[in-house]
Design a protein around this ligand. Sequence first.
Ligand SMILES: [Zn+2]
Length: 398
Amino acid sequence: MLLKGARLATFDPPRVDEADLRVEGERIVERGRPLASRSGEDVLELEGAVVMPGLVNAHTHLYSALARGMPGPASAPRSFVEILQRVWWKLDRALDAESVRLSGLVGAIEAARSGTTMLIDHHSSPSFIRGSLGALQGALEEVGLRSALCYEVTDRNGREGRDLGIEENVTFARERATALARGLVGAHASFTLGDESLEMLARAVSDTGSSLHIHVAEDRADVDDCRARHGGGTIIERLDRFGLLASRALLAHCVHLSPEEIQVAHAKGCWIAHNPRSNMNNAVGYAPTAALRRAALGTDGMDGDMLAEARAACLKMPTSWSSTTGRPPSCTATTSPAISSSVSTAATCARSWWRGDGRCATGAWPGWTRRRSSRAPATPPATCGRGWPRSSRGGEAR
Ligand SMILES: [Zn+2]
């Protein structure tokens, strides 16, 4: 296939060129301008479009797509835990096989239209656990996206729900990996997991050779619970006691970790998924972005638009830095290692499981997407919870 006439955009270092690309099988094999088409070759005319490496959403909940238009709870949540109890834990309990599949389709299409070609999803559907990851996988592969999927293990649905969640993670990681999908071991958060459950999760990680994907210190309540019920220590110390801070573990949020705790997590080889819009929307505080190194951006179910997420992170960054370092930077793409390289670090994070190197260059794996450069869509409002309602985007991708 020959891609002709597009602007090629790469992020690390930032660069825009005009060139044609030839793709054969899974590789970009030639780059130049102009490249002559060969007999019988598919030619895609891309005048006016931007071709860029596919973006990676490092932490999302596809089932959140179904919350759009959903009426709010009868009484307004007064805390983060009440948001979970009155909104998300009601929605996830209502999910069945068909709604899980449809949420995957909606999320995948939206992601593709925003230039996102890989999703790391954290799924929960307590009334439909066994087979739920396969249902999501089917939807994502129908759209053609790559994914790393896991089921969110928790004690809140009793022992049976917990055990089924672990089984779903293990079965999927062992048996359902394909060219487009991988399995991780999902866990909700320290405050809904007892010691026995953490032990079982550690065993599942070891048995599958995979890694943990868990919410960490998203809200102060998670930190306080750990101190009160688990010997006065921190969540990082608790996870480490069970050997769960292994290489490639993905820790979502980390809003209430100290820079020292983040350093420990990084030293253990963990990735941190930073979710700026969700954190602001839930009013849980904001991650100490100045301390983040192995960090990648996630939308936490707000939508699939990583450029909107990066923009929000960049705008929030000055206040976040000034509160942690006393050194307020301007909001430019070069001042925060965590944010300026969010796209490329997400690609690096994704390479923990996938090939591809985030370049539009010869030899690269073309996880690229196409966006119309002439139609810059307005950012629709995100109003509540992980974000609803949302309107459709104007971008075009393939
Ligand atoms: Zn989340």
